[in-house]
Unconditional design. Structure first.
Length: 175
């Protein structure tokens, strides 16, 4: 039944995941938006961290389909409790959230150090894929770029590791 997948001794037969709708997301205070991120392992790890640290919802954009069973497994089931949706157009999502008073913060090596920042009560963390980062169109729509200061001369972190640090900091450094 597991089709050769790593089942770790557990197999669950469940109904298809019901996605949240955008009207539910708009009532939140802290949202993660994924810009073209497709790696199920990274998405699952981000969802797990987001759920554990109090993020209100995750929106995957720029993708048509995701391997939800892998994301559910990697998130240790957090995907089943975390509001989650897929949207084709990240620019529409960001525009509407901005109109509702959200401030967007994009993860970038060229951003301001996260340690020196305070964050708006209604905030969006935008994360790009590891190979491309945030798209230029998304960067132009994002209000503030943030980065994690490295102690060593190293170019980046895995997106899910960076997300964990950024989510933690953004959860506690509110204006």
């Amino acid at each position: 039944m597991s089709k050769g997948g790593n089942h770790q001794g557990i197999l669950i037969d469940m109904d298809e995941l019901e996605f949240s709708d955008f009207s539910q997301m708009k009532k939140s205070d802290f949202i993660i938006v994924l810009d073209g991120l497709t790696d199920s392992g990274n998405i699952g790890a981000i969802v797990r961290t987001a759920y554990a640290l109090g993020v209100d919802g995750v929106i995957a954009t720029g993708v048509k389909q995701l391997n939800l069973s892998t994301i559910t497994r990697t998130s240790s089931g957090a995907l089943l409790d975390m509001p989650f949706m897929i949207s084709n157009n990240i620019l529409d999502i960001l525009n509407e959230l901005h109109q509702l008073g959200f401030v967007s913060y994009g993860a970038s090596m060229d951003g301001r150090s996260i340690e020196s920042m305070d964050f708006a009560p209604k905030r969006v963390l935008v994360l790009g894929s590891e190979d491309r980062g945030l798209s230029k169109r998304v960067i132009s729509k994002t209000k503030e770029m943030v980065s994690i200061e490295m102690k060593e001369d190293f170019d980046s972190l895995n997106v899910s590791a960076a997300a964990a640090i950024l989510i933690h900091r953004m959860g506690y450094a509110i204006r």
